[in-house]
Design a protein around this ligand. Structure first.
Ligand SMILES: *Cc1c(COP(=O)(O)O)cnc(C)c1O
Length: 374
């Protein structure tokens, strides 16, 4: 029996050609010309003035947090249900993540619960769009204006998505992308920061590269890290970016296919296809088990694996991360809807190389597994 992996990227465009160009010219480090071209094309694609490519999406968040000047004791509001990169970027800087529960249907943070979390120490809000549908950004931008807060937009899962017709990656002070292989476009590992603020862009460039002082090299006023992005990564990124529209269309088709096949299956909460502000781009095809199914997502994952189907559970909540529990960071806080998603949510194979035949196998096996459980 052949195993269907949860993600397989599609690399059959100009990736090989541009990579060969790197080898032929000898430009393989972060100094190569593709890096600037990729920064320029990526930032332009989301109507931003500046792009700063970094080693991954987590690094993009870390650099952004440092560039915005978040420091000891500063609070940053973010969803309880997200990838730990968001919280880690803040805690590494000495800041404090302040959490908000999730909407059970869009899986994004409950925007109407943000205002009550604002304190005199709040410095920023992190907008994290999850699984293919954007957060209601306008409401957050209005709050940020009212309370003078910075806004960081984590658009790692939002390549090619729009919110009310405006590109994701264009909201707030600074936005970040990831190019991990399960994102809509990949560079293997990689990330990017985009912004319209020239000063912020300059700071990000400096932080990306060990905070070398501009006037004298090898002299440093600040601690950072090496977050550089290579010409090899940019070569793949440029080839991927050429096909972004096609990839988004393919993901939407995939989403439609799965939803049609699974709509009538009792016990599965499927992704919201569209809201008044966006059509889902299905970063991955996520499913949440309904209350009438006793099993959790780990059980489903094991049963699917036995049938030859790869799957992944959803993110684990920030307030339940052992490292933060040990530090007593979130006390006894609970976020019931976020906790439910973390226990009952999982995603099925949805990489860009997936074939329709494989999708049919995935749905057949999933239906079989769900029938066993209900
Ligand atoms: C993937 C992802 C990241 C992290 O990106 P890496 O490139 O894996 O470090 C950050 N935020 C979100 C929402 C993501 O999906």
């Amino acid at each position: 029996m052949s195993f269907i992996p949860v993600n397989e990227p599609l690399l059959n465009g100009n990736e090989k050609k541009y990579l060969c160009e790197c080898i032929d010219t000898g430009w393989i480090s972060s100094e190569g010309p593709f890096v600037k071209e990729f920064e320029q094309k990526m930032s332009a694609s989301v109507n931003r003035k500046y792009g700063i490519a970094v080693s991954n999406g987590t690094a993009a968040l870390e650099v952004s947090i440092q560039a915005l000047g978040i420091k000891e004791g500063d609070e940053v509001i973010m969803p309880a249900f997200t990838i730990i990169s968001c919280a880690m970027a803040v805690t590494k800087a000495g800041g404090v993540p302040v959490l908000v529960d999730s909407d059970p249907y869009t899986w994004n943070m409950k925007v109407d619960e943000i205002e009550e979390k604002i304190t005199p120490r709040t410095k920023a809000v992190m907008i994290v769009h999850l699984y293919g549908l954007p957060v209601k950004a306008d409401e957050i931008l209005a709050l940020a204006k009212k309370y003078h807060l910075k806004v960081i937009e984590d658009a790692a899962e939002m390549h090619g998505q729009t919110y009310n017709g405006r590109p994701c990656g264009s909201f707030g002070d600074i936005s970040t992308f990831s190019f991990y292989p399960n994102k809509h476009i990949t560079t293997g590992e990689g990330g990017m920061i985009v912004t319209d603020d020239e000063e912020l862009a300059k700071r990000c460039r400096m932080i990306r590269n060990l905070c070398f002082r501009e006037d004298v090299r090898y002299v440093h006023d600040e601690i950072s890290d090496n977050y550089r992005f290579t010409n090899l990564q940019a070569a793949v990124g440029l080839a991927q970016l050429e096909r972004l529209d096609e990839f988004v269309e393919k993901k939407r088709k995939m989403g439609k296919y799965y939803t049609e096949k699974l709509r009538k299956i009792d016990g599965l909460r499927l992704p919201v296809e569209k809201t008044e502000y966006a059509d889902n781009i299905y970063w991955v095809y996520g499913i949440v088990l309904d209350k009438n199914i006793q099993a959790d997502n780990k059980t489903i994952q094991k049963l699917l694996a036995k049938e030859g189907i790869g799957s992944r559970t959803f993110f684990w909540c920030m307030h339940e991360q052992p490292v933060y529990v040990e530090q007593g960071l979130f006390g006894g806080e609970t976020y019931p809807d976020a906790e439910y998603l973390a226990r009952k949510g999982f995603y099925i194979p949805s990489g860009l190389a997936l074939t329709e035949e494989q999708m049919e196998t995935v749905t057949d096996k999933l239906v079989k597994v769900v029938n066993m459980l209900s």
